[in-house]
Design a protein around this ligand. Structure first.
Ligand code: NDP
Ligand code: OXD
Length: 321
């Protein structure tokens, strides 16, 4: 009789303490169920800083991470790590790990498609018509007659571009290093950005925030878009120079904007985006994390570190993302 083979069990994480600052009790429960052998300490709870091995944080208070002498890695509660880098005291040697929740990519695609199709099918016009009790059908435009451009072709952007292509849009994309994606015109560099923006009807930004991408959507780049183009920003608020976008919306050069991320979150009550007739504001919900799968991604990385395997999804300081 052949001997029965079974896959080796996933090793459990060794005892360690993880500091976290997410408030929701759902998070503590999700982390605890994925890593029952770990001790969890909320930043509001007292305890010896020397006991902390890992931190799972969103926008940690300045100096907190530097004050933990035995910290081995920082896990970001989000895919972007810009909120951690706001604290310039974070020690350079500390690995910072991006969130890689498998359920997030599909949510990002869903949001990008919702926003593009909302604009493409002229929903802002029909909402307005309904408010005025006006029956005003508009001529249909085929997706193949419109061009979509995705800035950032990473985990999320490449999937978004592929889905736009599958919907029939003429799809373009822009990244830092060259990409080959079937049926998608891919560009790099400043010249490439200008080519990508030309004749683009829907511009979807899903870039990380770095010193190179901050303010990338400004008067100069918006002017490269054709009149009536629409902006969908799912990256970070600081990718857009707000005053430039508002003036392009007011002049009619930009036809509309769907914005999920902002320079200041929550978006202040007096910000013009809230009341602008051509802007749809959503409160950073393009892809909310699902605590059970997100906690699973953190647990997997802690186990890897504890058995000497390299961490996955580590922020690269040299690239800036
Ligand atoms: P990735 O790191 O996987 O991809 C980043 C992409 O941006 C890559 O294609 C990269 O190029 C490109 N890029 C980076 N710098 C430049 C540059 N200077 N010029 C041109 N292209 C550049 O990131 P993700 O796709 O996982 O996430 C992107 C961002 O989405 C996050 O950083 C976060 O800000 C945002 N986000 C927003 C959420 C929301 O709810 N609104 C949720 C989750 C994330 P290359 O391929 O050559 O490396
Ligand atoms: C983000 C996230 O990076 O929500 O915005 O993960």
């Amino acid at each position: 009789m052949a001997p029965q083979t079974t896959a080796p069990p996933t090793p459990k994480a060794a005892a360690a303490t993880i500091l976290f600052n997410v408030r929701d009790a759902v998070w503590r429960a999700a982390l605890q169920s994925q890593m029952p052998e770990l001790t969890f300490r909320h930043i509001d709870e007292d305890g010896d800083p020397g006991e902390i091995d890992f931190a799972f944080v969103w926008r940690p208070p300045r100096g907190l991470l530097a004050s933990l002498p035995n910290l081995k890695a920082v896990f970001s509660v989000s895919a972007g790590v810009d909120h951690i880098l706001l604290d310039e005291t974070v020690p350079e040697h500390l690995p910072i790990v991006r969130m890689a929740d498998p359920s997030q990519a599909e949510a990002m695609v869903e949001y990008a498609m919702m926003a593009t199709l909302w604009l493409h099918r002229r929903m802002p016009h029909y909402q307005d018509s309904q408010c005025q009790l006006i029956w005003a059908p508009q001529p249909a435009v085929r997706t193949s007659e419109h061009r979509a451009c995705v800035l950032g072709l990473g985990e999320f952007g490449s999937r978004i571009a592929q889905r736009l292509r599958d919907f029939g849009f003429e799809t373009h994309g822009w990244s830092r290093t060259p990409k080959i994606l079937d049926g998608i015109a891919c560009y790099t560099g400043r010249k490439g950005l200008a080519s990508a923006l030309q004749r683009c009807n829907y511009l979807i930004c899903v870039l990380p925030l770095t010193s190179e991408t901050a303010g990338i959507l400004n008067a100069e780049t918006l002017a490269l878009l054709p009149r009536g183009a629409c902006i969908i920003n799912m990256g970070r608020g600081a990718h857009i120079v707000d005053a430039d976008l508002l003036s392009a919306l007011d002049s009619g050069h930009i036809g509309g904007a769907i914005l999920d991320v902002f320079n200041h979150e929550p978006l202040p009550n007096d910000h013009p985006y809230w009341r602008h007739p051509k802007v749809l504001v959503t409160p950073h919900i393009a892809a909310e994390l699902y605590p059970p799968t997100a906690a699973g991604a953190v647990a997997e990385n802690i186990r890897r570190m504890q058995v000497g395997l390299p961490l996955q999804h580590v922020f690269d300081r040299a690239r800036g993302y």
